[in-house]
Design a protein around this ligand. Structure first.
Ligand SMILES: [Zn+2]
Length: 204
């Protein structure tokens, strides 16, 4: 009984890494290897996807669910409107409450230099949510465009590249787009590396 409760405590004290993306496949493209690596090292990972990606063809929500399962993470949809994520007080309040519930130690999200407005607005709201400084904030690179990105954390995902490719293949409706993006990642030396910008550490 005692051992069981101790085990439960140690599990509940594990760090939660929260990955946030605007659309299905945004998180996987830049973070799938890191997620697999963190899970293997005993950390917990969760994901929040802000929309179901309904502007593009295909059942992207179902593809996203399959990916959550393959990665072994708990993922939820935020029920935002694809193409309509706006920085408002109301949405900010929902995000603040979500983070207060999940209590992540680290949050990974789009970078604010991403010129896709859904990505940018979501990134800005996570930055505002960081005002309480109770999690470390990491940006991942711009997804749809080449824009300034000042990486300072590099994760070697060499061991996880084939599993990442399997996960990306689950987004079958976006195959052509993802192949083009993967090529861009490879040419920027990052094929076996996922890169992030650690923006803020929690205050001591
Ligand atoms: Zn996106």
């Amino acid at each position: 009984m005692k051992a069981k409760s101790m085990h439960k405590n140690s599990k509940s004290m594990q760090k939660v890494n929260l990955f946030i993306g605007a659309h299905p496949d945004d998180i996987e493209l830049h973070c799938a290897g890191t997620i697999l690596k963190l899970i293997e090292s005993g950390e917990r990972c969760k994901a929040v996807v802000a929309t179901q990606g309904e502007l593009r063809a295909g059942d992207r929500a179902e593809e996203q669910r399959k990916s959550f399962k393959a990665l072994g993470i708990t993922g939820i949809f935020f029920n935002g409107k694809d193409g309509g994520i706006k920085q408002t007080l109301e949405t900010q309040s929902v995000i603040d409450n979500l983070l207060a519930t999940i209590k992540p130690a680290r949050v990974f999200v789009h970078c604010p230099t991403d010129v896709h407005l859904d990505h940018q607005n979501l990134s800005k709201m996570i930055l505002v949510a960081h005002r309480h400084k109770d999690f470390d904030l990491y940006y991942y690179p711009p997804t749809d465009t080449i824009a300034p990105f000042d990486a300072n954390v590099y994760v070697d995902i060499g061991k996880y590249v084939s599993r990442k490719a399997e996960v990306l293949a689950m987004f079958a409706s976006q195959k052509d787009r993802l192949q083009e993006r993967a090529w861009r990642e490879e040419t920027s030396f990052a094929y076996c590396v996922e890169k992030f910008q650690l923006v803020f550490k929690r205050e001591l």
